[in-house]
Design a protein around this ligand. Structure first.
Ligand SMILES: [Zn+2]
Length: 124
């Protein structure tokens, strides 16, 4: 199994991924559009936050998600999603972690992956 590490600019926040993403998501909701992240979604067990002493959480709706950034360098690092969104609405039996793929060291991998557009501004 190939382990990947995502790290913020200063290195204070590091995240280990169980495997490489196969696609990324660009969401245009009010938060993601401003953050400018490319999200790689994982089941909770596939992501380990190795260093989070400086990680700061933010949420406008804690029942749904908390977004994290590095309090030292400001990079958006990951989000804890309490559910998976489906066509029928939120599925709270499937929480996920969204990792900002822009933090992966392998820039060539990130640039080669397909990017799915998620219409988070209008879909819900
Ligand atoms: Zn940092």
């Amino acid at each position: 199994m190939t382990m990947l590490t995502a790290r913020c600019h200063c290195g204070a926040t590091r995240i280990r991924l169980a495997h490489a993403p196969t696609s990324l998501t660009a969401c245009n909701c009010s938060f993601c559009f401003k953050r400018g992240a490319l999200w790689a979604y994982y089941p909770v067990g596939d992501v380990v936050v190795l260093d989070d002493a400086h990680t700061v959480g933010y949420s406008r709706d804690p029942a749904l998600h908390t977004h994290y950034h590095c309090g030292v360098c400001g990079c958006g690092t990951h989000g804890a999603l309490r559910c998976t969104w489906t066509e029928d609405g939120p599925d709270f039996s499937a929480p996920r972690i969204a990792v900002n793929a822009r933090l992966l060291d392998d820039v060539a991998l990130v640039e080669a992956l397909p990017v799915d557009a998620l219409d988070g501004r209008n879909d819900w």
